[in-house]
Design a protein around this ligand. Structure first.
Ligand SMILES: Cc1cc2nc3c(=O)[nH]c(=O)nc-3n(C[C@H](O)[C@H](O)[C@H](O)COP(=O)(O)OP(=O)(O)OC[C@H]3O[C@@H](n4cnc5c(N)ncnc54)[C@H](O)[C@@H]3O)c2cc1C
Length: 290
């Protein structure tokens, strides 16, 4: 049996929205298909009538500077995100995350927008974008709007995008300034190729020994991609030393809601290893910001 009945290839955002809202049966956007096609094939997704391929929409495939922001189109493949000089300068955590997603074949087709729209709390690109304080651009019949990244998620695998009505156009990131840096690291099963046991992204702004500002994201640290805002408040404005580190870690452990995933790790194990992962990620970002 066919996995879909109709396949559309819009060439603009308005055409994509039109195709999505006027389909004669259930319609889904598709980008690289590395999540969606497997889900359809393995029966984890309700049947779809129309697939709307976003990879020919020019606005969704650009990666460029726009004023004082970096814009990454939702349909940009993660290998392009990892290799582009602009992300190398302004979004190191995202480069590191995208370089770790799957293997080279999947990275050539999997897109950043697909990684985010799938709404998994430990998706690597998603966790990096969260720490980098991204904003998302969304298109619908009412036009284009921006939302804070965190507002995109409702629960595990459940994005806040209105089904059959809204599309992710791309992501805006603030440009890196002097003494700012970021880092992404993850802990993976040795033979694992998909989601990690735990990942962590840190962005920080440093002034000598003071952490002027910091964003910490950990996946999976809850039902939606998790920003450790209490740990951030504990560390913001403080000098970094063993005492502030242990208070920061305590805040992180108090706020995170680690979960047990059947094939990856128990909540207890994640609770145990987050100390080393966070320390390592923070240390690298801290040195980069010198
Ligand atoms: C072997 C393998 C290994 C993997 N390893 C990793 C890993 O290490 N880390 C990791 O994070 N992920 C991993 N993944 C998951 C996957 O590759 C990523 O999540 C990928 O980025 C999804 O992008 P895509 O373009 O293929 O999405 P698709 O499969 O095309 O779409 C995924 C979902 O997003 C929706 N969607 C896509 N684009 C948009 C848009 N612009 N607007 C609205 N909705 C949209 C689709 O309708 C669908 O619901 C792996 C997958 C495989 C098969």
């Amino acid at each position: 049996m066919n996995l879909w009945q109709e396949y559309k290839r819009p060439a603009s955002i308005s055409e994509a929205i039109h195709d999505l809202t006027s389909a004669t049966g259930p319609a889904m956007p598709i980008a690289g298909g590395t999540d969606l096609l497997l889900d359809l094939k393995q029966g984890r997704h309700a049947p779809v009538h129309t697939l709307i391929d976003l990879t020919f929409v020019p606005e969704m495939t650009v990666l460029e500077l726009r004023g004082d922001e970096l814009f990454i189109g939702a349909a940009v493949p993660v290998n392009r995100v990892a290799l582009d000089p602009l992300t190398g300068v302004h979004a190191q955590a995202l480069v590191e995350a995208c370089n770790l997603i799957a293997g080279p074949q999947v990275r050539n087709t999997a897109t950043l927008g697909g990684n985010v729209a799938h709404a998994l709390p430990a998706a690597d690109g998603t966790i990096a974008l969260l720490a980098l304080d991204a904003q998302a651009e969304i298109a619908s019949t009412s036009g284009i709007r921006r939302v804070r990244f965190k507002e995109l998620f409702l629960g595990p695998g459940k994005s806040a995008l209105k089904h059959g009505e809204e599309l992710l156009v791309g992501f805006y990131l603030p440009l890196k300034k002097y003494y700012q840096a970021s880092c992404f690291k993850r802990i993976m099963r040795p033979q694992g190729v998909a989601l990690p046991i735990l990942n962590c992204a840190v962005w920080l702004d440093r002034e000598n020994d003071i952490v002027k500002d910091i964003h910490i994201a950990v996946g999976p640290g809850g039902g939606t991609p998790f920003r450790a805002t209490e740990a951030e408040s504990t560390l913001r404005g403080q000098s970094f030393n063993e005492d502030t580190f242990s208070r920061t870690l305590e805040s992180l452990l108090g706020q995170a809601q680690f979960r047990t995933s059947a094939r990856r790790a128990s909540a207890d194990y994640r609770q145990h290893i987050v100390d080393g992962l966070f320390r390592d990620t923070f240390d690298t970002a801290w040195k980069r910001a010198e």
